[in-house]
Design a protein around this ligand. Structure first.
Ligand SMILES: Cc1cc2nc3c(=O)[nH]c(=O)nc-3n(C[C@H](O)[C@H](O)[C@H](O)COP(=O)(O)O)c2cc1C
Length: 192
């Protein structure tokens, strides 16, 4: 049994979120997905540039198969049951005060937005699973992502299914994972 107890008291939303691969192949209302994107929208970003963009397909959309097809076969095998696939894209350029320059933090900022997306989805009773295993060049082209924007990752979102629905090798990996202790990642006074 994985120890999921936090070292310090926090809101349970943080440590009860986890990424399953078993999803019930059911539709979800677009409004629920947009509520998660709404939460992402309020993330902080350098110069308030808000570099995040979300390109999504809901289960049942004619584009859904095409979205799945951008994922590696391993990820496609389980993500095909999700209720929506969302590609997270970031603007690599900082557009501020009429000036355009390369952004140092577009991925960092967009990561904060994804975290807020995931937590809001949890709050609504959904589960999310980040996916980095995908064909980035093809996704860029197929999703018609504009020049200067970077495909960061995909998200599978849906209602959690039962572990028996997964192929055998994935069953034993299905479950919440542990974390390093705070003492290993927080350094007072200088990096250790
Ligand atoms: C950027 C990113 C890429 C990921 N890529 C994959 C992936 O390709 N396939 C997969 O099964 N899980 C992927 N994950 C899920 C992580 O493995 C998972 O979030 C991590 O093990 C922590 O587990 P938890 O989310 O259940 O707490 C990815 C997560 C992130 C944030």
């Amino acid at each position: 049994m994985t120890d999921r107890r936090p070292d310090y008291p926090i809101d349970p939303i943080f440590h009860t979120r986890w990424s399953p691969r078993a999803f019930v192949p059911a539709p979800m209302p677009e409004s629920d997905l947009l509520r998660s994107i709404e939460a992402a929208r309020w993330a902080p970003s350098a110069f308030n540039a808000q570099p995040w963009r979300f390109v999504y397909s809901l289960r049942g959309d004619s584009s859904f198969e095409g979205f799945l097809d951008l994922l590696d076969p391993f990820n496609r095998a389980w993500a095909q049951h999700a209720s929506a696939i969302v590609f997270v894209v970031s603007d690599t350029m900082l557009r501020y005060d009429g000036e355009v320059s390369p952004s140092r933090s577009h991925s960092f900022d967009t990561g904060a937005a994804w975290a807020q997306f995931a937590l809001q989805a949890s709050e609504l009773g959904y589960h999310t699973h980040g996916i980095g295993g995908l064909d980035y060049d093809r996704a860029h082209q197929w999703l018609r992502v504009h020049e200067g924007y970077r495909v960061e990752m995909a998200i599978a979102i849906g209602t959690r299914g039962t572990v028996e629905e997964l192929p055998e090798p994935l069953r034993e990996r299905e479950g919440p994972s542990p974390r390093r202790p705070v003492s290993e990642l927080a350094f007072r006074g200088g990096f250790q």
